[in-house]
Design a protein around this ligand. Sequence first.
Ligand code: ADP
Ligand code: MG
Length: 301
Amino acid sequence: SQSRIEDGYEVLELIGKGSFGNVRKVRDLETGNLLVRKEVQYGHMNHKEREQLVSEFRILSELKNPYIVEYIRHSHYSDRQVLFLYMEYCNGGDLSSIIKKYKKDDLYVPEELIWDVFTQMLMALYRCHYGVEVPEVQSIYKDFKLPVIDNTTKVFIHRDIKPDNIFIAKTTDRDVYKLGDFGLAKSLTSESAFAVTCVGTPYYMSPEILLDRPYSPLCDIWSLGCVIYELCSLKPPFTAKTHLQLQKNIQNGEYPPIPNHYSYALENVINKCIQVDLNNRATTFDLIQLINFKIHMKDLK
Ligand code: ADP
Ligand code: MG
């Protein structure tokens, strides 16, 4: 097949269909790098959808972190009413395909992999929730203080953390997990520390969002807990035949235990995330502190 050159890129295969339009693999002709291009036809979009789109662009371009899918640039063709959003290509697909694979092969996901996902997603969420990078491992271990959030801090809430939005970049020595798809993310300044909207995917949606209550960064922690649980149990913690029953189960907050194949430490962090009462749910900061010993040990080996 013949490849096509467009916008300075070699246009390669279609890799997915996003809610906004096609997602295609492209090669940057200058650098040779593989990228992903989200092709967004915005002509038929309503005001709300356009706002969501603009917010995804803005948020991604402001968030640079090893564990967040890198935004490269965008180009706009107003005559065709199309936007091209260029992002880092993650060659390992997304976490939902890992879950499917282990389920099909009837195998447990290795605990080490689950901790990698958890740790790396906490790094990404720390950047989002506190507006700064996580400190170096050594200082986490010794003297880790809650970062100051003032009205210059840009706080982002992802709001749609689920296996399909966690991408995998395979390198020769390790797999890196990257949070992507900031289509529903919300940026908050500390004056408007809370906002009310009802979006997200039911399986991973926190009870406060289901109840249309004000949301905070803690809704991402609930969802992350559900993802980690699913990696262990190969099914989400809350399932039901109907939407209404699912909602009830989530609000109830009770879920079957993870297989006893896994450690108590893993069960414990899941339990700290999946807490209906916001006062009992761990923050990103709490969780990094909780696991820092593990990070430290890994760093030493
Ligand atoms: P949406 O959630 O709006 O449908 P996504 O951003 O999740 O859109 O992308 C849709 C699909 O495109 C994903 O399931 C994935 O297969 C693929 N995809 C998206 N971004 C990337 C990326 N950075 N690297 C590799 N594949 C990607
Ligand atoms: Mg998605």
